[in-house]
Design a protein around this ligand. Structure first.
Ligand code: ATP
Length: 794
């Protein structure tokens, strides 16, 4: 049996020949010696333009570590030296390469996941000889099943998947564009795979040594071209995450840097596209045909486009336009053209917006931050998880299950409506958070002030669901971390816990301890250790920012968890800043004696439900530059939602559903669907707000509603989808006390349970009506919570 990756090593050992494939084309008049090719052969490796490839990571000690990229162009500089073979690539990042502080924005526990790296500052010209193998990347949407998508790929190459683009700051969900296939036949001999330890258990010392030698040579040869690997403090965290994933032994993660070192020639000379002042670009086509997106991508990848001759017989059909807010999205080619012609493809809107907000926050704080004392910046450590994306994805999955899904068109270019859907997805991180500037400023200055002073405090943030509490706090923390990175703020440790993710509220103690110190302990022991920690002076300890989301769910009979969370920040030694998010406005008062709650001195912040104008602005800001909706359609959605809840999540869902309905209503034969109109929005609203089950829950009696809530609470507590009547009755009693409602007797409650069973909202065990009677929901937990969300604030 031939050794799988023999080619890789034999190439290294014998310094294999490099040869271009195809006829060299001179595409740039000014650079006469530069010839563009459609592919190359290097030893056993054949690579064509458009292929996804592994690139050697010369700085890694692990020979299996590779970068991942897509080849966008190939050219020969015409120089008579070692570095004349150049590949222009689009980089992809492994999860491990994502800066630690950004990883919490997107959860990835699949070692096959990569992120399209759209940061314009990274150089994209590399030595073609550092390409060491091929792979396949399939772009999927955030709610697609990666396994399913990967299975569809008929290839022997490693298949990776990409759901998000990352520009070094934020992640954007990418929707599947035109399906891209490697130009080189995918059923290539497996020796084109780069060698990984898993594939080559018996690596000889000699080949390793010669490979290392070669790597060193390559590093020298491509000095300044091969991406540099920066050691990462927190790689171990990612490792931990990844190791839980079913291992794909063929694919190795590269723990490299997010900054790919620029190619020398480019950084010294012309600079790259994003920095080059506007140049005249003449597009010349012999047959006067219109330019395809690929032609324009060629322009994008070309360093100094003075004059282009675009070959009319170019067969490249790939397209990977991202979701730029400045696009109009109507015409992919025009969009790419505009971007190509623009002196800077990047949109700095987000940054400038944030900077303005940060400035506003500073101004509000007064002098403190105008001239912050110089501080030594160490790296901010982030722990905990961001469940928001998961949560919103759950909502999406629910919606997809409930409503007919628009047929997937993965092999066609992304239409306007499809782009709109991607942007409206609640998991898509928006460019900015309109209508929350004030809240942002207040939270920012609260945390910033305490970080600078080295003190602690607690801010209690409340508001009905979907008012942007979590999104705003995350945005604040992103900005604070930027300040830490710029050495304007002292380092802090960030821990996030979410009441919804804990099966028992006391686990909060264990989780906080583990995130802070890595220690594992029972909840009681963890509480003791934490108590001691927050009472002990430790002048050199960094401040801790603790985000507690869904605080409402941390209620316990003795209220010890909640009390600790409010009390610890008041300890002078603790340097603990707690941001507690809850839906209930007066939770501290309800939970604790007034005397105690006033002593805690909480800073409060209430997020009001969005008005219709605000909801309209939120949706419109996501649609910026994309004409997918008729003017009145968004307004209608915003008005309908504002009348019920002021929930941005719901408004986004409705608009998203309306785009699906518009797509379904597309006239057969027409290439593109009409715009989303008021009828589509109205239908989407009807679907969302008046499913029979939601109506039944809304019109149930108070005790019945509380019983349903108690069932959900018990399911969440136990992690099971079934509970006994006794367990539910205990939850029910807690809820009654929380809401100040008198607690019914057991027989009354049994009657409530039977009524819900009769209306089929519950499935109750037949022939039993004692405490051990088993109860299940006959409606989704989300629907119960959605139907009853307005009552939670009461
Ligand atoms: N001002 C805004 N601009 C853009 N998007 C927003 C805004 N406010 C909320 N959203 C979006 O609405 C969704 C819900 O927001 P978020 O999760 O922050 O709400 P929340 O108040 O924390 O809700 P919950 O109490 O249910 O956790 C997110 O997708 C978020 O991006």
């Amino acid at each position: 049996m031939p050794r799988k990756s023999a080619g890789y090593f034999s190439r290294v050992e014998q310094s294999p020949e490099f040869s271009w494939i195809g006829k060299g084309l001179q595409l740039e008049r000014r650079l006469k010696d530069r010839l563009y090719y459609s592919g190359f052969q290097h030893g056993d490796i054949t690579v064509s333009k458009g292929d996804f490839v592994y690139v050697e990571n010369a700085d890694s000690v692990d020979p299996g570590d590779h970068f991942v990229a897509k080849v966008r162009a190939l050219y020969d500089t015409g120089d008579d030296d070692d570095s004349c073979h150049v590949a222009v690539v689009q980089w992809y990042m492994w999860y491990k390469e994502v800066p630690a502080g950004k990883r919490r924005l997107v959860q990835s526990n699949d070692s096959r996941e990569v992120f399209e790296y759209t940061n314009k500052r990274v150089d994209t010209d590399i030595d073609a000889e550092t390409i060491c193998g091929r792979c396949q990347i399939v772009t999927i949407s955030t709610n697609d099943d990666p396994d399913e998508a990967i299975e569809e790929e008929d290839t022997e190459l490693d298949v990776l998947f990409a759901r998000y683009a990352f520009n070094g700051d934020v992640f954007t969900a990418i929707m599947p564009p035109v399906k891209e296939y490697s130009k080189t036949p995918s059923k290539t001999p497996s020796k084109q795979q780069p060698k990984t330890p898993a594939q080559t258990p018996s690596r000889s010392t000699r080949s390793r040594a010669s490979r290392d030698d070669d790597n060193n040579n390559k590093s020298r040869k491509s000095a300044g071209k091969t991406p540099a690997k920066t050691p990462r403090k927190s790689d171990s965290k990612a490792d931990g995450k990844m190791s839980r994933t079913p291992a794909r032994s063929k694919v190795r993660e590269s723990g490299g840097s997010d900054m790919k070192t620029p190619r020398k020639e480019r950084s010294e000379g012309s600079g790259h596209r994003g920095e080059t002042p506007a140049k005249k670009v003449h597009l010349v086509s012999p047959k006067n045909r219109s330019f395809s997106t690929t032609d324009v991508l060629d322009i994008l990848t070309s360093p100094e486009p003075d004059v282009f001759y675009v070959e009319s017989d170019d067969e490249d059909s790939s397209s990977s336009d991202d979701d730029d807010d400045d696009d109009d999205g109507n015409d992919g080619e025009a969009r790419a053209m505009r971007r190509a012609l623009s002196p800077d493809g990047a949109t700095p809107a987000r940054k400038s917006n944030r900077q303005a907000l940060k400035k506003a926050a500073r101004d509000r704080r007064g002098d403190l931050s105008k001239d912050p004392a110089p501080v030594t910046s160490k790296r901010t450590r982030f722990s905990g998880t961001n469940d928001k994306i998961e949560k919103t994805q759950r909502t999406q999955i629910r919606n997809d299950a409930k409503y007919p899904k628009t047929p997937r068109q993965r092999k066609e270019p992304m239409g306007v409506l499809e782009q709109a859907r991607a942007r409206l997805h609640v998991s898509a991180v928006p460019e900015s958070l309109p209508c929350r500037e004030l809240e942002f400023g207040n939270i920012y200055s609260f945390v910033e002030g305490r970080l600078l002073d080295g003190t602690g405090g607690c801010m209690y943030i409340s508001g009905v669901p979907g008012t942007g509490k979590t999104a705003t706090v995350h945005e604040v923390l992103r900005c604070l971390q930027e300040e830490v990175d710029d050495s304007n703020l002292p380092e802090f440790q960030f821990v996030e816990i979410n009441g919804m993710k804990l099966t028992d509220p006391h686990q909060a103690h264990s989780q906080i301890l583990k995130a802070l110190t890595g220690q594992k302990a029972t909840p009681e022991h963890a509480a003791e250790i934490l108590d001691k920690r927050f009472n002990t002076p430790a002048p050199r300890r960094d401040s801790t920012v603790l985000l507690v989301d869904e605080l409402d769910l941390l209620w316990t009979r003795k209220q010890s968890v909640m009390y600790n969370l409010f009390d610890w920040p008041t300890r002078p030694q603790a340097k603990l800043i707690v941001l507690a998010i809850a839906n209930t406005m007066d939770l501290p008062e309800r939970m604790m004696m007034n005397r105690v709650s006033s002593r805690l001195g909480l800073t409060r912040m209430t997020f009001q439900p969005y008005t219709f104008r605000q909801l309209q602005e939120i949706v419109m800001s996501r649609m910026k530059g994309l004409q997918a909706f008729e003017d009145d359609a968004i307004q209608l959605a915003a008005r309908k939602v504002a009348a019920v809840s002021g929930d941005a999540r719901r408004a986004l869902d409705i608009c998203r559903r309306a785009t699906e309905l518009a797509e379904l209503a597309k006239t057969p034969g027409r290439k593109s669907a009409a715009l989303v109109n008021m009828t589509h929005v109205d239908t989407a609203v009807q679907e969302m707000f008046s499913s029979p089950k939601i109506m039944a829950i809304r019109h149930a009696s108070l005790q019945e509603q509380l019983f349903l809530k108690a069932v959900v609470a018990e399911f969440r507590r136990s992690g099971l989808e079934e509970a006994t009547f006794l367990q539910v009755s205990q939850q029910h009693e807690c809820l009654c006390r929380l809401d100040g409602v008198s607690v019914p007797t057991m027989s009354q409650l049994s009657g409530v349970c039977s009524t819900l069973g009769a209306s089929r909202l519950l499935l109750v065990e037949a022939g039993k009506s004692d405490l051990s009677q088993r109860v299940r929901l006959n409606v989704s937990q989300d629907d119960v919570m959605y139907a009853l969300r307005d009552t939670s604030q009461s």
